[in-house]
Write a protein that binds this ligand. Sequence first.
Ligand SMILES: Cc1cc2nc3c(=O)[nH]c(=O)nc-3n(C[C@H](O)[C@H](O)[C@H](O)COP(=O)(O)OP(=O)(O)OC[C@H]3O[C@@H](n4cnc5c(N)ncnc54)[C@H](O)[C@@H]3O)c2cc1C
Length: 498
Amino acid sequence: MNSGKTRVVIAGGGTAGWLAAYSLAKRLGTQLEITLVESDLIGTVGVGEATIPTMKSFHSLMEIDEREFMMATQATFKLGIWFDNWANIGDSYIHSFGVVGKGSWMAEFHEYWLELYSQGLGGNLEDYCLEWKAAKQGKFAIQAGKTNLNYAYHLNATAYAQFLRGKSEALGAKRVEGKIARVNVSAQSGNIESLDLESGVSVAGDFFIDCTGFRALLIGEVLGVGYEEWGHWLAADSAWAVQTENTQAPPPYTRAIAHPIGWQWRIPLQHRTGNGIVYSSRFCSDDEARSLLLKNLTGPAITEPRQLKFRTGRREQPWHRNCVALGLAAGFLEPLESTSIHLITTALIRLMRLFPFGGEFEHQAERFNTESRFEWEEVRDFVILHYKQTRRNDSAFWNHYRDMEVPRNVTHRIEIFRKNGYVWPDKVNLFRVDSWLQVMLGQGVFPERHHGATRIPGTASLGQTLEQIRANVANNLAQMPDHQAFIDRYCPIPRAAT
Ligand SMILES: Cc1cc2nc3c(=O)[nH]c(=O)nc-3n(C[C@H](O)[C@H](O)[C@H](O)COP(=O)(O)OP(=O)(O)OC[C@H]3O[C@@H](n4cnc5c(N)ncnc54)[C@H](O)[C@@H]3O)c2cc1C
């Protein structure tokens, strides 16, 4: 300890490192002395540009102004993910962030809709969800009528880290440039004591946060905490990423296009589009994946394609001794549902709640690790659902996924929905009923039955109630501007950044 403050040393300055520096400086800055070490020579992973709505709440907790953030990161709004070719070639569906209709305590909304649908009434399920309809029509507003929309962002990852760095330094966090050459561990306690840089500088601390990305220098290499591999469920281990010019106004959704050997992302920013292909080296060569990506770009490339290799899984104990791993050092799940930055922010909230001011780590670490475990498993299972529930049989890649054994949680969810239409939110309430529902329907699972309580109101009364919800969605939608028009008014980027 130094002047009564706990010395926190953050190793690594990517999205994880700077999110940690800013959040700790903002919310615990009077109690902590924060130093971040990063190496410009090593650089950051440079991807991670699609998010989920929890980022909005995290920013609000951390008092990040939305317009300032969006202008600094050339951000656009995201109402969901548009999936192509997942259940069958030629199919499309949207996983929107919206709430679909309004259910009761006994039955979810979609079950009431199923009752009408089984009688040829009630229209399409998307007619009951503003975000779903707006995404499809390329519209956006923060509020329409009395409805606040549930949305996330697409952002420039490099600019986001710079934005957070500026804010962290303004709050007193110190940045030290240099490559970490050695991590010193106390022979007595097993705790990390300091980081020696190649420059000869040494940075001592009481508590260390490992944000060194896939290298996991502190938690993995030095403390020897193992990594639980999930490659048997999620086979992808590689990606190519490339940026292109925008050829159309940015749509308010991420695109996830399935190919015979993997899937391709398209993430629209105000001034360019991020593209990439995720694939498994077990099923295709790097060259094949690269050329498939380049063939499916919608605009001229403005960067050279960059390859990324990864291991899907999680750190067995993301908190060990006096070290917590965040970001890629804590684990990696492919970006199909854009959850990595979210997992950084929830880990940060958890860390701030459990922060070891007394210098005692063991019990806090145990709790932190238990909570993390639940969370990662739920996200993993949601991602697995997209692959498992396919009818594609056009390649070894899809045959593998269609036939593979999956965690019981996934089969249970699919089977209960198929037989009874029942859906429940996950344990950590990240993917709510609406998310599981939209993806299961989108992936071609349709319920055989639904809850009997939905017949109690009678067709006429149920029809009227649903008609009101549909009309409300349609009215709100009619008032919404195009996504681009909203951005132009709300958060246009300065000319120099275009
Ligand atoms: C293909 C792909 C697509 C992705 N897409 C998304 C997405 O759409 N949405 C999403 O939420 N997430 C996505 N992610 C994940 C996202 O990129 C990361 O979660 C996020 O960028 C955080 O990375 P990081 O800060 O942990 O690591 P990095 O960005 O790799 O940062 C590591 C830092 O550690 C420093 N460092 C490493 N070793 C040393 C050393 N010896 N000395 C000093 N410094 C060192 C580096 O200089 C760097 O500053 C994606 C990841 C991949 C691989």
